[in-house]
Design a protein. Sequence first.
Length: 458
Amino acid sequence: MLTYIKLDNFKIWRSTGPLRLAPLTLLLGINSSGKSSLIQSLLLIRQTVKSDDSNLDLNLGNPDNASYNGSGNTDSVTLGQFQDVLCRSGSASPSTPANQFGIEFRWAEEPGGTDSSLFSARYRKGTGNSAELDYLRLGKDGQGFTVKRRKAGIYQLSLANQRRPLGQSADYRPERSFAFSAATLTKLGEQAETIKHIGPELLDELSRIIYLGPVRRLAQRDYVWAGRMPAHIGDDGAKAIDALIASGVEYQKQKKAGSGISAEAQLFEQSIYWLNTMNLADDLAVKQLGRSARYELQIINHGEASNLKDVGVGVSQVLPVIVAALFAQPGHIVIIEEPESHLHPLAQSQLAELFSQVSDDRGVQFVLETHSEHLLTRLQRRVAEETIAPDQLAIYFVERDGTKAKIDTLQLDEYGEISNWPENFFGDEMGDIAARTMAAMKRKIDEKEISPPREGDE
């Protein structure tokens, strides 16, 4: 799991400082404040290390390659050019010059694990306004390697277990900011044994990310199913229904045969459970259209089946969220923007139950960008009830401070109380209640004073 992230001069951020990432991390705050930039930085490194272009130090994304199916060498984020990423009000820090931006994070097998690995990179403006690697530190403390740019295309390589650098060469430029070419590893000989595994470990960790964006694929009347469980659900949830159909076909077959429910069929069974607890559906059904490869997903309420296309948009928007959580395997990192989209308050509260239960049962990490007061307050309640430990949560409030972003860590105690609520955190709720009460009282007084006397009154 990811244990912290730090950005310097990245988009709206001068510096985030090191932000702890817990098993359940919430990013709260106003629109266009910088919350999404925190997520984009991770997706940016993920798409870079998974790219097939070894000449790119950082894959800023190609709009023509911006597919949201979540598989293959597609781009999850398109950030333009170097100047579009560099903070316009950036400033120099001890680690990052004002004309560079930095991305840093750690990951470990367990929350709070001391045996963690570091990715720390800085980028400068390169040819054609690309992003060129200036510095990279990768690996566990006391292990791994560091590279520093000396001049265009030439890098100095240092191994953490050696005092002196190995030298500088064009061969020491890491491909895609994380790994050395096979030729370079061969050239390093025995010294490569201590570092050749580090790049693949980073690739493995970032491949564990399941990302679901704020705009999910709208419901279709029917779906073409390939006959097996998809490997990915897609950044817009495009393959989430395919996963449900694959699981639903097995579930219905096993229910009809009276046999036990297999692991693959549990996705469908558990999705029914969560839709039911959210008061969105009583049941689900998968219906094959004739003998074709097309299938219909039906939502069942009060004994009546409706096509997914014909029910409220909230159902089609939350299904990918449910599937993303249940699809995740131990060690996966699920990042979701606006999971509460189009949902009523009860369903938003139940999302908190879904995320906390899956995180606890399976060791799945969730990073949630949300505006939902109901999701947050349900998590606070579970802390007060001692079903969630306070250190399992990290809650941040992001806001704009002029041209830069500002982030506050919300302090959560063992009773679920937040001691440093920002002003107008979820709007001025108490102010609205007080103003409404005063207005109602004034109207009642005014109406009583001007109402005509009733017959028989003196």
